[in-house]
Design a protein around this ligand. Structure first.
Ligand code: MGD
Ligand code: MGD
Ligand code: SF4
Length: 752
């Protein structure tokens, strides 16, 4: 369906509603403005779907955007993707450096700003050592930026305090994949959607958060009426509106539902012993290898009737969805933050994977367990390059001496250079910054003063005089700007060059379309300048530009199963994305991992079909994870559950999407979504002001009364800088992944 700019803008305000209808999904296939002088190939700035875009440039300025017909999105974009140009030229763009003097940010030269930054980092290093400095990055930074920052810190400063917002986002998915397969990242790809006959969507509001992928799911269902969609979410979201089965439950209890599904699958003899007897180890929660019988015994605690008592889901519905999942010819599971942002996030991930290992719905076209990445480069930038406090590039971990030694060799470092102790994970890092134990912090491409949970605690810490924060941020109105000591002006999206890696392991090149505004520099140039001024050995950081960084990263990956040696810049410029592993320049990239004949890491003459090479015996692990309650369950004092999440037309903290009039109009401010029965009991009507109080803070939102939330649950979107729900959320986190539980906390509400 082709739309004119006028059509698109007319539908913008109603875009969320349109998505549910799917047949009239607003897609933008054509240029929206004047015919440009040239088209430049890039990737959408927003979600982990990673749609390819063509940027239209006229007179040296970005004038329009259209979908790249050669990338997986086949020319389609959602509205956020199609409406990016005004963001580049927003009046709030930071175009020169600033230094805070007497509490106010004052314009400064690059030299003045960088000298101050470097002075602070040098003093911290000299007086308090490498553990007193930190880098806090982003799954929206380019791959080269994350790799470079991580190398500067880990190899240049011997500091493992390298973290970023993927800890708030994908850490539990990483934990899930690594514990189940010994290796991170999904094994399937988007083509699986076209072959699946059942979709199991749990804790993901795909229609609003991965719209172009959701369109592919909806089209698949439309094309074949036998295709089933199961949506497991305590809210009846737009995604749920195309479901054959919407499973609504008490938030946090889905672990019991997933175990009960496994119980039913075995009871109905829909399990696949031929697969699991050969390729799966059954593991207890305390890491003991056991047999299938022990698993069956474990599942006795999760009969559908017992799970009904825990979750509120009728036993009969659990039976129905289990049978639907297992008896389909191919089932694809998708999940995102509804599972990851939980103190049992890793376990929840394992339990979805269990269903695939039990039924053999894995490693075949249309059958895969697929965690959707949120940010455009959370996979390619941070997970793969190991830019977190416990990781090293390409799946290596800091704790392992052999992994450190491999990296030291590849990086040409003296043995023992990389510090053996992992750094501080995100919550611990910001706690340490608040206590001024971290003395100097470099924040890049993220807005923590808005996005951290229980955020008042951390903004108090950011106000201290005895810690120092340098922030690279393109927009003056981003919340964290209020707290930084130095503000640097980065080039934005189309003004720089580098790689984004999306959910399906596809790495696509963003080519620079226009010159950076004012005195802006790309984050790569900012980091290279920082390393040089800090005196980092030029043998450790020998790069002149972003392409040099990419070439080293290709080389470093090539000794591992990640291997994207074959993704040369020349190829990336020509092709619209390649999926790793891609070991040679003539390799087409990999659709399905762990399968002989598909995954280049498996020798062609390997005797079995599957090989989970993350574990020495080549078998995946099926974990017995029990249900356990959330960190803060509702009680007599705070009787309801507060959950937070997204709306289709805004991105995270709103610094970008709030600058597009059509998107801002569509959701001008945050609100609280309340179930109609709860509202009537509390005397709340649509549009009333409602006070929400948690153990952290109290805030007032306008009520949106509907059937979306189940009774006992309220939802607040978190994009609004004037109504930051993170003042109310909880910073409890998963012990394994260290990802916070944004999705559940106890709240009491009343009409304000
Ligand atoms: P959320 O709204 O955070 O989005 O994508 P999603 O995870 O799909 O949460 C998803 C769902 O989890 C909600 O519908 C919520 O009701 C449900 N949920 C709450 N509690 C539970 C529970 O106990 N169990 C289950 N199963 N579900 C629960 C997030 C993704 O979106 C991410 S991580 C990023 S970084 C991107 N951000 C983003 C954005 O900001 N805006 C838009 N429009 N798209 C985005 N795409 C990406
Ligand atoms: P963003 O708004 O994406 O949110 O949290 P953040 O990363 O803090 O921030 C990105 C910042 O980078 C913006 O200020 C943007 O203007 C800036 N920026 C854009 N382009 C560039 C660039 O090229 N260079 C530089 N230097 N800066 C740039 C995201 C985080 O939030 C995530 S990923 C998740 S999944 C969490 N989800 C979540 C939730 O579901 N609920 C609640 N309540 N809170 C959440 N917080 C988490
Ligand atoms: Fe951009 Fe995601 Fe929309 Fe694709 S689906 S155009 S990547 S926001």
């Amino acid at each position: 369906m082709k739309l004119t700019r006028r059509d698109v803008l007319k539908t913008a305000a109603a875009s969320s509603a349109m998505v549910a209808l799917n047949s009239s999904f607003p897609m933008v296939e054509e240029a929206l403005a004047a015919e440009p002088d040239k088209w430049v190939k890039a990737v959408c700035r927003f979600c982990g779907t990673g749609c390819g875009v063509m940027i239209g440039v006229k007179g040296g300025k970005v004038v329009t955007v259209k979908g790249d017909p050669n990338n997986h999105n086949k020319g389609f974009l959602c509205l956020k993707g199609a409406l990016m140009p005004p963001i580049v030229y927003a009046k709030e763009r930071v175009t020169k450096p600033y230094i805070r003097k007497n509490g106010q940010l004052q314009p400064a030269s690059w030299d003045e700003a960088m000298n101050l930054v470097v002075g602070k980092f040098k003093i911290a290093l000299k007086e308090h050592g490498p553990t007193s400095i930190a880098f806090y990055g982003s799954g929206q930074a380019l791959t080269e930026e994350s790799y470079l920052a991580s190398k500067i810190w880990k190899a240049g400063f011997r500091s493992n305090n390298v973290e970023g917002n993927p800890r708030l986002c994908m850490a539990s998915a990483v934990g899930g994949y690594v514990t189940s397969f010994g290796k991170d990242e999904p094994s399937g790809s988007y083509e699986d959607i076209d072959a699946a006959t059942c979709f199991f969507i749990i804790g993901s509001n795909m229609s609003e958060c991965h719209p172009i992928l959701f369109k592919r799911v909806a089209s698949r269902k439309q094309a074949d009426p036998n295709v089933k969609v199961i949506v497991v979410d305590p809210r009846k979201t737009n995604t749920a509106r195309i479901a054959d089965e919407h499973v609504s439950f008490k938030p946090g209890t889905d672990l019991a539902i997933l175990n009960a599904m496994a119980y039913v699958i075995i009871q109905e003899e829909l399990d696949n012993p031929r697969f699991y007897e050969k390729y799966v180890n059954f593991m207890t929660n305390d890491k003991k290898k056991v047999n299938f019988k022990a698993y069956q015994k474990f599942l006795e605690d999760y009969t559908p009737e017992k799970a009904e008592k825990i979750s509120g889901v009728p036993a009969e519905q659990i039976r129905r969805i289990a049978i639907m999942f297992a008896s389909a010819s191919g089932t694809v599971s998708f999940w995102t933050m509804g599972l990851n942002q939980r103190i049992r996030g890793v376990w929840a991930n394992n339990l979805v994977t269990n269903l695939h290992l039990l039924t053999g719905h894995i490693g075949k076209p249309g059958a895969t367990n697929f965690s959707l990445t949120g940010q455009p480069n959370a996979c390619g930038g941070v997970r793969d390059t190991g830019s977190l406090c416990h990781l090293l590039p390409a799946g290596r971990v800091i704790k392992k001496a052999s992994h450190r030694a491999q990296l030291e060799k590849q990086w040409g470092l003296k043995p023992g250079t990389i510090a053996p102790k992992p750094g501080l994970h995100t919550i611990a890092l910001w706690n340490a910054f608040s206590e001024a134990k971290i003395k100097a912090m470099f924040v890049l491409c993220t807005n923590p003063a808005h996005s951290l949970p229980n955020v008042n605690m951390y903004t108090e810490g950011m106000k201290r005089k005895d810690n120092f924060m340098v922030l690279s941020e393109p927009f003056m109105d981003a919340e964290t700007v209020k707290y930084c000591d130095v503000l640097l002006p980065p080039a934005f999206w189309c003004e720089k060059r580098g790689v984004y890696g999306c959910s399906e392991r596809r790495y696509s090149l963003l080519m620079q379309a226009v010159e950076p505004m004012g005195e802006c520099k790309s984050d790569i140039d900012i980091l290279l300048d920082f390393a040089r001024r800090m005196g980092v050995d030029s043998k450790v950081i020998p790069f002149k530009n972003v392409d040099d960084v990419w070439d080293e990263w290709r080389e470093v990956s090539s000794a591992t199963p990640y291997n994207f040696k074959g993704m040369t810049r020349a190829r990336q410029e020509k092709e619209s994305g390649l999926r790793w592993p891609c070991p040679t320049e003539d390799h087409p990239g990999t659709k399905i991992r762990y399968v002989r004949g598909e995954d280049p890491n498996i020798p062609k003459d390997y005797k079995n079909k599957y090989w989970y090479y993350g574990y020495p015996d080549g078998k995946a692990k099926l974990w017995m994870r029990p249900y356990a309650p959330a960190a803060e369950e509702p009680d007599a004092e705070y009787p309801m559950v507060l959950t937070t999440g997204r709306v289709i037309d805004h991105w995270h903290t709103g610094t970008m999407t709030m600058k597009v009039p059509e998107l801002r109009r569509s959701f001008p401010k945050a609100y609280v979504e309340i179930n109609e029965d709860d509202a009537s009991k509390l005397g709340i009507k649509n549009g009333d002001n409602v006070e929400l109080e948690t153990r952290r803070d109290t805030m007032v939102f306008q009520a949106k009364v509907s059937d979306v939330c189940r009774p006992g649950l309220v939802f607040v979107p978190w994009f609004d800088a004037n109504l930051m729900i993170n003042k109310l959320t909880l910073n409890a986190f998963d012990k394994g992944s260290k990802q916070p539980e944004y999705k559940i906390c106890a709240v009491r509400i009343k009409k304000a």
